[in-house]
Design a protein around this ligand. Structure first.
Ligand code: MN
Ligand code: MN
Length: 296
């Protein structure tokens, strides 16, 4: 179990993440820049005494995850877009990871959006210490199938450990037969994705998100200075050039990618081009009924 002090950090990071998520979702509208939403969400997290556990992901329609606008991105939301906002705050490595989905101006995808939300909320009613992992997947799959959609089977929830966003356990959105049980004190993100496509994602184009792959010497002194800044600011977490308060961050990210010191994440795209919705909470296994940490 976490100490009182650790739990306080987890709860604060969670609350700030939840409020940042709601702020981001409330800003999404026709003609609004993706850039402005990402900047506001991350600004809110930092203004509330937290670091970024990862860049604000803003993924639209068939893109399930892993897109964040870069500084030059002038793109805007369009009527009919289905928009996922996924954001995370951290304090001393304790993370809140949370996401929601909204539709811009239309109501064509209300049921799809509700499907991932209901799946997540169903899990929230029973998840806790002692819960078999496959019961979560079974509930998610049943809930999404009942609504007439498919869960995305190759995207999973995950355990979170300090400074490690995807650590240890994976929590699939189907029953994979893994009946090992969640343990008291674990931090678990549950994030069902629902789609009207096939129910699988593949890698697409780069999405501007990177992490440190191999920490090794850098010849260019400015690039080295940038890497030191990134380690100090983002620790082991994923980040992007836009979130860096450092001159020519884009250029240095490119240099470090070329040298294999950074690695980039691809956007995750539904294989049949299906529309995707996502809802995510982080839970603390405080007892047989877990606590949601990412309520605003
Ligand atoms: Mn997330
Ligand atoms: Mn997650």
């Amino acid at each position: 179990m976490l100490t009182d002090e650790e739990l306080e950090k987890l709860r604060k990071a969670g609350k700030v993440s939840g409020a940042a998520r709601e702020l981001g979702l409330s800003m999404v509208g026709e003609g609004v820049k993706l850039y402005d939403v990402a900047q506001e969400v991350e600004g809110y997290i930092r203004e509330h005494g937290c670091g970024l556990a990862f860049p604000c992901n803003i993924s639209i329609n068939e893109v399930a995850a892993h897109y964040t606008p870069d500084s030059a991105d002038r793109s805007v939301f369009e009527r009919g877009d289905v928009v996922k906002v996924d954001c995370g705050a951290e304090i001393d490595g304790y993370v809140g990871d949370t996401a929601g989905t909204v539709e811009v101006g239309t109501k064509r995808f209300t049921d799809l959006i509700q499907a991932s939300k209901t799946a997540r909320n169903t899990v929230a009613e029973f998840i806790g210490a002692g819960c078999p992992i496959n019961e979560i997947g079974r509930a998610v799959e049943m809930s999404i199938n009942t609504a007439g959609f498919k869960p995305v089977v190759n995207l999973t929830g995950h355990q979170i450990k300090p400074y490690n966003l995807h650590a240890g356990l994976s929590i699939p959105s189907y029953d994979d037969g893994n009946n090992s049980r969640l343990e008291p004190g674990m931090v678990i993100a549950v994030e069902p994705f629902a789609t009207n496509g096939e129910g699988r994602i593949k890698n697409g184009r780069p999405g501007n998100i990177v992490r440190i792959a191999r920490d090794r010497p850098v010849a260019d002194p400015k690039a080295k200075e940038f890497l030191d800044y990134a380690k100090e600011e983002f620790h082991t977490f994923p980040f992007c050039a836009r979130s860096c308060d450092f001159p020519d961050a884009e250029k240095h990210v490119k240099t470090l990618l070329r040298h294999g010191i950074l690695t980039g994440y691809a956007q995750l795209v539904e294989v049949k081009g299906g529309c995707v919705s996502q809802h995510e909470y982080t839970f603390y296994m405080s007892g047989s009924r877990a606590e949601v940490t990412t309520l605003p």
